[in-house]
Design a protein around this ligand. Structure first.
Ligand SMILES: Cc1ncc(COP(=O)(O)O)c(C=O)c1O
Length: 405
């Protein structure tokens, strides 16, 4: 295997010097270097807690403490005996832990999705491989960055990736620079088998492929313990892993995503990002969310959601007009089929149910029937027990009316 960052990243990005400020070198004293308002925020009636956020100051561009806490959590997960993925080891057998040099933080994973394309894909010339059905932002970011999309669908029987077909494509087209995989998938709720991801990695390494395999793990904390492959970025330099605080951490509003990669890519992603992309409110919340007690609470909540998912699924599958649970059981949502009177998945009825639920019953789910392999499907996020109860009542009623029409 020959890994060469120079052959993957756009030449101009390789030479990029990060924006520097005086605060990189001096953080203490009378700070008159950044044209901030040293009188403080002009909001009246800030609470004591809010005062502590130093909102008149630019945030720390590096967020080392937060990165350390994130790494500590992921390293400890990977070291649990029941962890599916173990930390990689060096020649002497010592574990190689994630460290802040592996991380770039973004305004949600959406920022990282975009910035890797910007870093690696020459607009109008190079391509990105997607595996539909998948998360819509990859396609949007490709369009924005003028990157052509090549598709290798998931195996529609089980929503797993098809390694040989992916490899066939990258062999056939040397302009493909990135592969995006979602694990667990959206809208599929299916964790991609570790063996399949490792198969792709080993094949691209054998080929010395000049590109990155990006695994988006937005929902990984709903999958079995230690399912994340983020620590493997230190073993497989072509691997990039993304995570977010928007799902299991319950912090979609703070907009924080994590991108794990080999340090030679990470340093460039950090150089590219807007220096103050992680704001003071976000970092303060994320620091709290990655403390021991909050992490325990995150796991407890994820377990409750998983229990609720089983309850919702059991009940919903008994409702007349509901077909299969089309997706997997690795996320905080389910993907279910709506059938017509002939027992066939039906987009018209599914869309009607979606729309009536939202407009007449104030229950909003997502119509996914136009996604590949998802005919007649609705994607339903698992809510609180009260929300789920209301969903089930309203859903049954709306669907029974739709079937009568
Ligand atoms: C697979 C996947 N990746 C990324 C995201 C976006 O994450 P963030 O909120 O961190 O931008 C989502 C949001 O739904 C998602 O489903």
């Amino acid at each position: 295997m020959v890994f060469s960052i120079e052959k993957i990243v756009r030449p101009k990005i390789l030479t990029l010097e990060p924006y520097r400020c005086a605060r990189d070198d001096f953080q203490e004293g009378i700070l008159l270097d950044a044209n901030e308002n040293t009188y403080g925020p002009t909001i009246q009636g800030l609470s004591e807690e809010e005062e502590k956020l130093d909102l008149n100051r630019y945030p720390d561009p590096h967020q080392i403490l937060l990165k350390k806490q994130i790494c500590a959590y992921r390293n400890s997960e990977a070291q649990k005996p029941e962890s599916v993925i173990k930390l990689p080891t060096d020649e002497k057998g010592a574990p190689i832990k994630l460290s802040p040099v592996n991380l770039c933080l973004g305004v949600g994973s959406d920022e990282s999705i975009d910035s890797i394309i910007r870093a690696c894909v020459k607009p109008g010339k190079e391509k990105v491989l997607l595996c539909p059905p998948t998360y819509g932002m990859y396609g949007i970011c490709c369009t924005v960055n003028d990157a052509e999309i090549v598709e290798v669908p998931l195996n529609l029987e089980n929503f797993q990736i098809q390694p040989d077909k992916i490899i066939e494509q990258i062999k056939a087209d040397s302009s493909i620079k990135l592969i995006y995989i979602t694990s667990p998938g959206n809208p599929t709720a299916t964790l991609i088998k570790q063996d399949l991801i490792l198969d792709v990695l080993s094949q691209i390494e054998k080929l010395s492929w000049d590109g990155f395999l990006i695994v988006d793990e937005a929902y990984v904390d709903f999958a079995p313990v230690g399912s994340s492959i983020c620590s493997l970025v230190n073993k497989h330099p072509n691997l990039v892993v993304m995570q977010t605080f928007s799902k299991a951490f319950g912090l979609a509003g703070i907009r924080l995503g994590i991108c794990y990669s080999t340090p030679s890519l990470s340093v460039l992603l950090n150089a590219m990002k807007y220096p103050y992309n992680v704001n003071n409110i976000t970092s303060s919340m994320a620091l709290r969310a990655t403390k021991k007690e909050s992490l325990m609470n995150m796991k407890k909540t994820a377990a409750v959601i998983i229990d609720q998912r089983a309850i919702v699924l059991e009940k919903i599958l008994k409702i007349r007009g509901v077909g299969r649970n089309r997706g997997g059981l690795d996320s905080n949502f389910i993907l279910i089929e709506i059938l017509n009177k002939d027992g066939v998945p039906d987009n018209k009825i599914a869309h009607e149910v979606y729309s009536k639920l939202a407009t007449d019953r104030q229950v909003v789910v997502r119509f996914r029937g136009n996604e590949l392999g998802c005919k007649g499907c609705l994607r339903i996020t698992i809510g609180t027990p009260e929300e789920n109860k209301k969903l089930l009542e309203q859903f049954e009623d709306v669907l029974s009316h739709a079937l009568e029409d």
